[in-house]
Design a binder for this molecule. Sequence first.
Ligand code: EPU
Length: 433
Amino acid sequence: MDQYIIHGGTTLRGEVEISGAKNAAVAIIPAALLVKGVCRIENIPQISDTDTLLTILVELGARVSYINKNTIEIDCSNARCQDAPFELMRKIRASYYLIGSMLGRFGSAKTTMPGGCNFGVRPIDQHIKGMRALGADVNVEGGFVYADALDGRLHGSRIYLDKVSVGATMNIMIAAVLAEGRTVIENAAREPHIVDLANFLNSMGADVRGAGTDSIRINGVDELHGGSYSIIPDQIEAGTYMVAAAATGGEVLITNIIPKHLEGISAKLRETGTFIEEYEEAILVRGAEKLRRINLKTMPYPGFPTDMQPQFGVLLCQANGTSVITEGIYDNRFKYVNELRKMGAEIQVDGRVCVIDGGRRLSGAPVHACDLRAGAAMVIAGMIADGTTVIDDVHYIERGYERFVEKLNALGADITVRYDDDDPERIGLYSVS
Ligand code: EPU
């Protein structure tokens, strides 16, 4: 399998440009299925999750062409309602957006239950509740989701989410855009990628209002037209480089970002003593001489993001004193702790709480990337450790970070990639170099 070999003890310095937001792109690509016309999408991150979704769209009859490595045109005018490639759907979480987009476009959808990183149970009951409220008959059988609009088209409705869910909010938005009448989503998630999806849909002729608040209103329209849209920068990719700079005691200017989206991350880094300076579209991070211990709890946006929790777990191994992390979103997002222990970290986990006894040097070891963000965290751990760290299962990391190794090495890291050409997890049909 593919591996990263990291020689530790490096300090990151220089400038890094952030790519388009993964969790916006993985909703916008399936949403393009609603559009009869050409969607030109800029700032698409070149990562395996977007490749997988584009491959699925092509199988459904879309025409996808790359204008350059981060700009694509998707034309779903001739897309057909048919079975999508289920083995690809099972690989990723975001395939759940095809329930909304196929229902909206064709009035019918058959998808697999979604895959994605394993943080314990990740139900999609709120997605299903939303589709049912819009008038779809939805059944889950044998690992598949079958959904049919009862009279061929969805109908607007008022939906209160029992749990603040990014995926359910975006999926219902996608489904409701072409529904007849008005939909209101209450207790909606407020992440920047929700606003980005709304802006994408509106630029193609939809009428979505209130995205970014907990009440989103969608007035259904009869059809969407083609257009051009640029995806926002990835706040988690930016946050990962911020932590990497802080953990290695370096100084990195992170460009092409929206500082407002990084407020939770910046605030917690400042508490550790890390120096942060914000500019209009960039942020400078300079590592502290001595990192201070902190406590943090992950929450829905604008709270501290769960997708930054493992990276902070590594950082806090370097801080003097005891830090406590409480995971407020998932049941089981501390699997990376076992890998960190192999490197000498002293961490106790009890359910959703993890207690880090910081200030110990880490030493290189063979470790796994348990999932996407855990993998990124292990890369940071490898860079601060003494000696060599070998990380396997790095296909997880490549699902979400564009040119991660190339960008880190340009900042002074010492990472080599050992590719196994037979690694079945790697796909890249539509990538261009
Ligand atoms: N939940 C339910 N029922 C549902 C949906 C969610 O109980 O129908 C629960 C989940 O089990 C979880 C919580 O609600 O405990 C929040 O889940 P949410 O639906 O917000 O997460 P998601 O849509 O599955 C997206 C991102 C994740 C990110 C979370 C939270 C995508 C493709 N994935 O997942 O991203 O952690 O929101 O911000 O957008 C990552 O990028 O590494 C990643 C895992």
